[in-house]
Design a protein. Structure first.
Length: 176
């Protein structure tokens, strides 16, 4: 009597999920061929992005974009003649104050200017230099603060005030 019971136990211990040649072929296919196709698909996906053709990039434009200015230096003629209040009004203030845009008091409208004139020249000048309401700050713009002050006096006097136009510092010292 021989005991054949240990032979099938040995076969059961060493068997895997592949039981026939068809399953072996499918395992080889999915283990090697499918990852190759997945890699090819990923390479195609990454390389298919919209890129300009070689030589199509404007080198000067690209360089200019990379080295944009951070700040600017403005050089003005310190000896230029200062503008009068009327000239500054025509160049800077007339856009809003001639038509009364955004609540700006019209030049010559004594009713609208009366309330503002009561606050005094310094308050009007501060509002003009720093901005008020919809009006932006005029200080540090195209005109010097003295020129803006002359424009404030021009508009306030047209509205009924009797402010004296400010003089240039050098002219004031020379007058003494």
């Amino acid at each position: 009597m021989s005991d054949n019971s240990h032979a099938p136990a040995h076969e059961e211990a060493h068997t895997g999920p592949i039981k026939n040649p068809k399953q072996l072929l499918l395992a080889v296919f999915f283990s090697f061929v499918a990852p190759v196709f997945a890699i090819i698909g990923l390479v195609y996906y990454v390389s298919s992005a919209n890129k300009p053709a070689a030589g199509a990039v404007n080198i000067e434009k690209a360089l200019a974009e990379r080295i944009q200015k951070v700040g600017a230096v403005e050089i003005r003629d310190a000896n230029r003649e200062l503008k009068s209040g009327e000239d500054v009004f025509k160049a800077q203030c007339s856009t809003c104050h001639a038509a009364g845009v955004a609540g700006a008091p019209k030049v010559g409208d004594s009713g609208a200017w009366a309330v503002r004139i009561k606050t005094g020249y310094e308050a009007l000048l501060t509002s003009a230099l720093k901005g008020k309401g919809a009006m932006g700050a005029q200080g540090g713009g195209d005109f010097e603060d003295l020129e803006i002050a002359r424009a404030v006096v021009y508009m306030a006097n047209a509205g009924g005030a009797n402010f004296e136009a400010p003089k240039a510092p050098a002219a004031a010292e020379a007058a003494k």
